[in-house]
Design a protein around this ligand. Structure first.
Ligand code: KG4
Ligand code: ZN
Length: 339
């Protein structure tokens, strides 16, 4: 089955053609970064407008790159949640219109479940369910048990900011550049991660054993830097980046390792923009008793291949979304349920 995937949940306009859920025939991602960079963050109004401007050309390019004709598309999948409402509306409406006009089956899919599915599209030996999922992006930080492509149980989340958001806010405050995560990752290579010692929030007990918190770290790095200085003398921006990144990753690791230990799940599958982080990857690789699967960098960031990929599994099961499907900015299921 050949599925056309459409992704417009945030600031990437993307279309992809994927065969049988795994073989990526094309994956076109048009990034809006230069248009949001002057504001050091995504401006929702600009994002929606760019999606409207680009979605047709991006889809045409994806079809051309796949070597297929529009007649070869068997079904359409699009992101409907979570994300920026105006942005989601563009891709969702475009995809529904495409499906309706060609009389094709259509499915709306969840962006975060697609992030968790993405590594499967590239892995040589596919991780068997169940595994531990680590979903880390600009809006979410989720540690979950994945029992199937559409079956996750949230074990832990952030109790305040998402990890990617902390990277972005620190970068914005210090004018490091945009988007923050990738810039801090690069700068940290030339910095001393011991220059500042930020504290790790004590969330390791009871109900919060798998939860994380980033607002304290963000505040410490932005407003209380001097208090956490360990090494005397001048410090560089690279030192701030390295010390922040180290703590941000340690916070994540502590919750994740708690979950691995308690659940006995030894395969970890990571997804989302922050899964591109080199320090996170190298720190997890040290835990040799765990099998850690990260997507290649192009499948970490937002892309439509993962949307077509997961969409295929709904479609072959016979699931269809109706043409009155509406987008939603949030997904309640991604919040942890406390007893
Ligand atoms: O999944 P994604 O592309 O969009 C959302 O669904 O949010 O994730 C974007 C997030 C941003 O916060 C960005 O700063 C972060 O991923 N990010 C990184 C890296 N590359 C992107 N964070 C840390 N290290 C990176 N190398
Ligand atoms: Zn994403």
């Amino acid at each position: 089955m050949i599925v056309l995937g459409i992704e417009t949940s945030c600031d990437e306009t993307s279309a992809a053609v994927v065969k049988d859920g795994e073989e990526i025939l094309s994956n076109v991602v048009a990034t809006q970064i230069p248009f949001h960079a002057p504001w050091s963050g995504v401006v929702p109004e600009i994002a929606s407008r760019k999606h409207i401007e680009w979605i047709y050309e991006v889809t045409k390019q994806a079809l051309d790159n796949s070597g297929l004709d529009v007649k070869d598309i068997d079904a359409v999948a699009a992101t409907s949640r979570p994300g920026l409402l105006g942005s989601l509306l563009v891709g969702l409406t475009f995809a529904k219109t495409f499906a309706w006009s060609r009389n094709l089956p259509f499915t709306a899919v969840d962006h975060m479940l697609a992030h968790l599915y993405a590594p499967r599209m590239a892995a040589d030996d596919k991780p068997e369910y169940p595994f531990l999922g680590l979903l880390v992006s600009g809006g979410h930080t989720i540690i979950c048990r994945a029992g199937g492509f559409d079956d996750i149980t949230v074990l832990g989340t952030t109790i305040d900011d998402a990890v990617g958001e902390a990277f972005d806010k620190v970068a914005k405050h210090y004018n490091f550049g945009y988007p923050g995560g990738a810039v801090i990752d690069r700068m940290a290579n030339d910095g001393d991660s011991e220059a500042f010692r930020f504290t790790i929030p004590s969330l390791h007990k009871g109900d919060h054993r798998y939860d994380v918190s980033y607002s304290g770290l963000k505040n410490a790095v932005i407003n209380q830097l001097e208090m956490f200085k360990v090494k005397k003398g001048a410090h560089t921006n690279e030192d701030i980046a390295a010390s922040f990144q180290k703590t941000a990753v340690e916070i994540l690791l502590r919750a994740l390792l708690n979950a691995a230990k308690d659940t006995g799940l030894s395969t970890i599958v990571a997804g989302g923009g922050v899964a591109a982080n080199s320090y996170l990857r190298s720190r997890l690789a040290e835990h040799t008793h765990l099998r850690c699967i990260f997507p290649p960098l192009d499948l970490c960031a937002d892309n439509a291949a993962m949307i077509a990929g997961i969409g295929y599994h709904y479609l072959i099961r016979g699931d269809r979304s109706s043409f009155d499907t509406v987008p939603s900015a949030r997904v309640n299921g991604f919040k942890k349920k406390y007893p």
